[in-house]
Design a protein around this ligand. Structure first.
Ligand code: 26W
Length: 819
């Protein structure tokens, strides 16, 4: 059936018919958006058949299912990816070409569903792609935010946040399923009742509730006919508020429920690694978690009658602490609705939930005031209180008289609910996302818990899907790789190793650099269209794209650019190979230092790009609105990948892997997954600088770091820092960057992220890059070796490890020949 639909002729006919039935238009009058919608309808036909076949197979075979609970799924555009995984991309591209249409232009009509902030959300999306491709039953569970991550505009160098109305034209790939709605209750109070058997039960009274309405999105496996599901939950008022309810006397309640439903899923919190502690966020968490767990249990009960078997069929993976209320919600349903005893419910829960930690940043640790928690979720809170009471007894039994342990480990402490502690106490598996990160968790952040539950802890180094980030994002390199080693890499990235043979081959090197150049031309065109800046496509493309955060140290990068500019001004003949420094980053809306850093980058760009005296040697570009869709193009065009976080702070990083897969060479610290990239690619093919994680942690413990020393002892550093406040980059307002200056030199925790301590080492590494690039063959060789050694960083490998060590899922084969 599929071959048929994507047969060029049949496909063209189908698109034309859709245009006619949907819009009463033909190709000559339809807009690109209309053509995009028509194409999606044709693609959807195929998906629906396979989706149904998959769900029927799951229903029949009852494989164990992972419910991946995540507040964020940063899916990126679906059309191109779906076509690729259905192995129909080339056919459809050709068909569209015959109609005089460019597939890229049609793909550009799709809004980029940005239901996430950064790494954690994108990882969830890569994981779903791998789960479907490897043939596992998986269900992503998240929130259908009406507004996703804000769109970023740069106006006069400042970031402006614009609402992301991604549902404006309707989203073609979602399926609304009101028949599978669930009620989610908030507030009220708990009453104890004695039933006819004399058993005590707890009932929530006077609550406000909403409907959770699931919308299914297809997750298409790569050429295996398997389609998993991402459920995103929308909120709806139970009764649409009407004058009727006024008559019934529950006017107030109807209004409140409508307000609750309306606000609940309005917007994604745009904070990354920083808690805002807003009550609405806790509501969002409980809302999607409760609905997802209800759905999982209902499905389970359709085919099973013993709840004690749940761990054989279901695992809930909690993506960071955000969905951790799942622990108590599962307990609540098992106790109150299913009438199990505490010990039975606890047995099930502690074998069904697992937790992944994604950050050690203290300000990202979720803690909720007990007052809010108790008011919003009175019954759930009671259960947490009981879990805590029992856990504290356990700690006391293990460490008699050691109150310090209780202070450090209790779930409820100092008026707060500590979500990570709840996740760790209940979860049967706790994992970090890179080797170094997991070690830091065990030795520092979660040390007490590791001592108590050593067997729960494990590492799962992150990965990325090669299908999107090479197959779709870099068509030229994908083809080159396939020509060299065959197409097995789509499902087994380790075969890239075979490219090693080509690393020394001058012809292969030339081909590789030619492809890189074409990708740079593509990006340059985008930059010209979006920024109005001409960039030299023969210059080194040096790229740092990621969320803006102090620990990621975009400031180190731009301070180094300011330093280089000084060097060139002082000595115009200095040996500097032309370089384009490219940035892309969104700052959380309330994060002042981050926003100032964006402004600084733009102001530096303004000054340097307009100084003709440096002959275009260096340029600075800030790409507006960095997101998954333009990310794919940016990785493909990069020569240098900036991964320069303060060692110990970046849990893993995944952008680093995307660059590597696209043949960029990393300039980075030994942090997160950079450490493992270094192990894979070898010291000759990566530029490492800066303090080690141990050194950083040591300084933090001893409080002995003083950035002023670097300022006083290094005239070039001093000059750069002074330029922050002498008007060099803010002629009209010398004070503009004073906060950045103070943050580096004078604030309480001056230079918290060791920028000045690492500056010289960074500049030296940059100098090495400068020299190395001029030896074209060596550079090409290293770049090819980066691709060749990227195999480990496939999310297929990561997912297989989750399956083997944590989830124990069954592999499913979908026989779709008849469909
Ligand atoms: C509550 C506010 C908040 C929001 C998001 C706190 C924490 C987060 C995330 C955990 C931040 C995040 O995305 N962490 C990133 O996760 C990636 C996937 O594991 C890692 O590769 C990144 O290093 C890590 O910063």
């Amino acid at each position: 059936m599929r071959d048929n639909v994507f047969n060029k002729k049949v496909f063209i006919k189908s698109v034309k018919e859709n245009l006619m039935t949907q819009y009463r238009k033909d190709l000559s009058t339809a807009s690109n958006q209309e053509i995009f919608q028509a194409v999606c309808i044709s693609v959807k036909d195929v998906i629906m058949d396979e989706w149904l076949a998959t769900q029927q197979t799951f229903a029949r075979e009852q494989p164990k299912t992972v419910y991946y609970l995540s507040m964020e799924f940063l899916m990126g555009r679906a059309l191109g990816n779906i076509l690729l995984n259905l192995s129909a991309y080339d056919e459809v591209a050709e068909a569209l070409q015959e109609l005089g249409l460019d597939i890229n232009a049609i793909e550009d009509e799709e809004p980029d569903p940005a239901l996430g902030n950064g790494g954690l959300g994108r990882l969830a999306a890569c994981f779903l792609d791998s789960l479907a491709t490897l043939g596992y039953a998986a269900c992503g569970c998240g929130i259908r935010y009406r507004y996703g991550m804000f769109k970023q505009q740069i106006i006069d160098g400042f970031q402006i946040e614009v609402p992301d109305n991604w549902l404006e034209h309707g989203y073609p790939f979602e399926l609304r399923r009101p028949e599978y709605r669930y009620e989610v209750k908030f507030g009220g109070h708990v009453e104890q009742e004695v039933d006819e058997n004399g058993k005590l039960s707890f009932v929530q009274k006077d609550y406000r509730s909403v409907w959770a309405i699931p919308h299914d999105m297809p997750i298409v496996g790569y050429k295996n006919n398997l389609i998993d599901t991402l459920i995103i939950w929308d909120a709806e008022a139970k009764e649409v508020f009407s004058l009727d309810s006024f008559d019934k006397g529950d006017y107030q309640k109807a209004v409140e429920e409508e307000m609750l439903a309306r606000n609940l899923v309005d917007v994604l919190y745009p904070n990354d690694n920083h808690v805002a502690g807003k009550e609405l966020r806790l509501k969002q968490q409980y809302f999607f978690v409760s609905a997802s767990i209800q759905r999982a249990i209902e499905r389970f009960k359709q085919k099973n009658d013993n709840l004690m078997d749940m761990p054989k069929k279901i695992v809930f993976q909690m993506n960071d602490t955000h969905p951790t209320v799942a622990v108590a919600e599962l307990m609540r349903i098992l106790l109150d609705d299913e009438h199990l005893e505490w010990d039975e419910a606890w047995e099930i829960t502690t074998h069904c939930v697992a937790y992944t930690n994604h950050t050690i940043m203290a300000e990202a640790l979720e803690k909720w005031p007990i007052e809010i928690f108790e008011r919003l979720l009175p019954r759930v809170y009671q259960i947490i209180d009981e879990i805590n009471r029992r856990f504290v007894l356990e700690v006391q039994a293990r460490y008699p008289g050691n109150d310090e342990k209780i202070r450090k480990m209790a779930i409820l402490y100092d008026g707060q609910v500590r979500m990570a502690h709840l996740a760790i106490v209940a979860g049967y598996s706790i994992n970090g996302v890179a080797k170094l990160h997991t070690e830091i968790l065990k030795k520092q952040e979660l040390r007490d818990f590791y001592e108590m539950f050593p067997d729960k802890f494990n590492n799962k180094t992150n990965g990325i899907t090669q299908r999107r980030f090479l197959g779709h994002g870099n068509r030229l390199l994908a083809k080159w790789v396939t020509d060299k080693v065959g197409d097995k890499w789509y499902t087994d990235l380790s075969v890239l190793k075979e490219l090693t043979d080509y690393a020394d081959n001058p012809k292969a090197q030339e081909e590789f650099m030619e492809i890189k150049h074409k990708n740079k031309v593509r990006l340059a065109k985008y930059i010209k269209e979006h920024n109005g800046i001409d960039v030299d496509t023969n210059s080194i493309f040096d790229v740092q794209v990621k969320r803006l955060h102090e620990y990621k140290r975009q400031l180190l990068n731009i301070l180094h650019v300011m330093y280089l500019y000084n060097v060139i001004k002082e000595n115009p003949d200095v040996d500097i190979y032309p370089r384009t420094f490219i940035f892309g980053a969104k700052a959380a809306a309330g994060y002042e230092t981050a926003k100032k850093t964006i402004k600084l980058i733009n102001n530096v760009a303004e000054v340097i790009n307009n100084d003709s005296s440096i002959n275009g040697k260096i340029k600075v570009v800030f790409i507006e609105d960095y997101k998954v869709s333009n990310a794919e193009m940016i990785f493909a065009a990069a020569d240098v990948s900036e991964q320069i976080s303060t060692a110990s702070k970046e849990a893993s990083g995944t952008g680093n892997m995307k660059f590597m897969l696209n043949g960029a060479i990393t300039l980075g610290t030994l942090d997160g997954a950079n450490v493992e990239m270094y192990d894979e690619v070898g010291a000759d093919n990566i530029f490492i600088f800066g303090m080690s994680a141990d050194e950083v942690i040591e300084h933090e413990k001893r409080h002995d770091y003083n950035p002023i020393d670097y300022y006083n002892n290094d005239p070039q550093i001093k000059k750069v820092l002074n330029q922050l406040i002498d008007g060099t980059y803010s002629a009209n307002d010398r004070e503009l960057f004073r906060t950045l200056y103070n943050a580096l030199l004078h604030d309480k925790e001056a230079d918290k992220y060791f920028i000045l301590a690492d500056f010289r080492s960074y500049a030296k590494a940059q100098q090495k890059v400068n020299r190395y690039y001029q030896d074209k063959n060596s550079w090409a060789k290293s770049a090819i070796l980066n691709v060749a050694n990227a195999g480990k960083f496939s999310s297929d490998r990561t997912i297989q490890e989750y399956v083997d060590d944590i989830w124990h899922l069954d592999k499913v084969k979908i026989d779709n020949t008849g469909a």
